[in-house]
Design a protein around this ligand. Structure first.
Ligand SMILES: [Zn+2]
Length: 337
């Protein structure tokens, strides 16, 4: 039985939680973004996502010892699996394979006598510069995200977005302005660094972004030369890659001319000059766009599609195409195996 407890996925046969937002005994984490990764007693995940989680989750906060219960564990135990290296729990084979979303992002395949189930987590199909190449596997039941599940979300080719980012940064530097790219410190920021670095743009990056770039390098991903931002050393001749939280500008650019850019799929259709209070927006996304969501279903050929994380009306769009689709509701129970 596969069920949802207050929006959290649980596979009873395997005693395995999936991307739970509350601490659990044993939980599979698809990737390191904050809306998927929490500290659990045992984290089941890919080898590279374990590297990411070790940086992001650190140690659990030790709770005061309870008089009745078991003592709280402070350390997170990691059960790591390489991509396409199946392991067995009871009557089921489990396999992690690349979601192409950020470093280490893993989809989960569960195979039993009665069929194949795939949970995508966040994914994209277009190859990127820094994440592992994505993969699609045939399955009977597919549980997929649909963040960009509306037809207007069609992203331009990544190379085109990359060229526009590089040209914009170069122009800003030539004009004596500091170009600042706001990007999440896991995934989007390293992708921006790779793109700008390949374009010959000198880089300085926020400390959290530099630390995560170190994890990418440890995993064998080539990163371009960059400086860890230092307010005293920064002279305004480099592009900055900065976390988007609050859009607070770094201290060293006060008094300097700056140009800011958002990197998000949500700017599609709105033009590069309309982007969440920044000067420019580039549709660099870690997610599948609308055509890629449909393409995924075409490749996986599931009999049943379950949806979460996205537009509910994507369900009706799929049904209109003759696809058996259901949006998961809290506390729903589904027999999969
Ligand atoms: Zn994500």
């Amino acid at each position: 039985m596969f069920s949802l407890h207050e929006k959290t996925l649980y596979v009873a046969e395997l005693d395995l939680w999936i991307d739970s937002m509350r601490p659990r005994g044993r939980c599979y984490i698809s990737h390191g973004h904050a809306d998927h990764a929490r500290a659990h007693d045992v984290v089941v995940t890919s080898t590279n996502n374990a590297r990411v989680c070790k940086l992001r989750l650190g140690r659990r906060k030790a709770k005061p010892p309870s008089l009745l219960g078991e003592p709280e564990r402070a350390e997170i135990a990691y059960e790591t699996h390489d991509f396409n290296a199946p392991w067995r729990i009871g009557d089921h084979d489990l396999t992690l394979f690349s979601a192409g979303h950020v470093l280490g992002s893993a989809q989960l395949l569960i195979e039993g006598e009665s069929g194949r189930f795939v949970y995508t987590g966040d994914f994209k199909l277009e190859p990127s510069y820094t994440a592992e190449a994505p993969e699609v596997k045939r399955c009977d039941t597919l549980l997929m995200e649909c963040t960009y599940g509306r037809p207007q979300y069609v992203f331009p080719p990544r190379a085109e977005v990359a060229a526009a980012m590089v040209a914009w940064a170069r122009k800003a530097l030539e004009d004596g302005a500091v170009p600042i790219f706001f990007a999440y410190s896991l995934g989007k920021a390293q992708e921006a660094m790779a793109i700008l670095g390949r374009g010959g743009i000198p880089l300085a990056v926020h400390g959290a972004i530099a630390s995560m770039a170190g994890v990418y390098e440890d995993a064998g991903v080539a990163m371009p030369p960059y400086e860890r931002y230092d307010a005293h050393a920064f002279d305004g001749t480099r592009a900055l890659v900065w976390p988007p939280s609050g859009k607070a500008l770094p201290a060293a650019v006060r008094g300097k001319t700056v140009r800011t850019a958002s990197l998000t799929g949500w700017v599609v259709g709105k033009g590069t000059n309309f982007a969440r209070g920044t000067d420019a927006g580039f549709p660099l996304s870690d997610h599948a766009d609308f055509p890629s969501l449909l393409r995924y279903i075409e490749l996986a050929q599931p009999r049943k599609v379950l949806l979460n994380h996205g537009w509910r009306d994507f369900t009706h769009r799929l049904r209109n195409l003759g696809i058996d689709a259901t949006y998961l509701e809290p506390n729903q129970q589904l027999a999969l195996f």
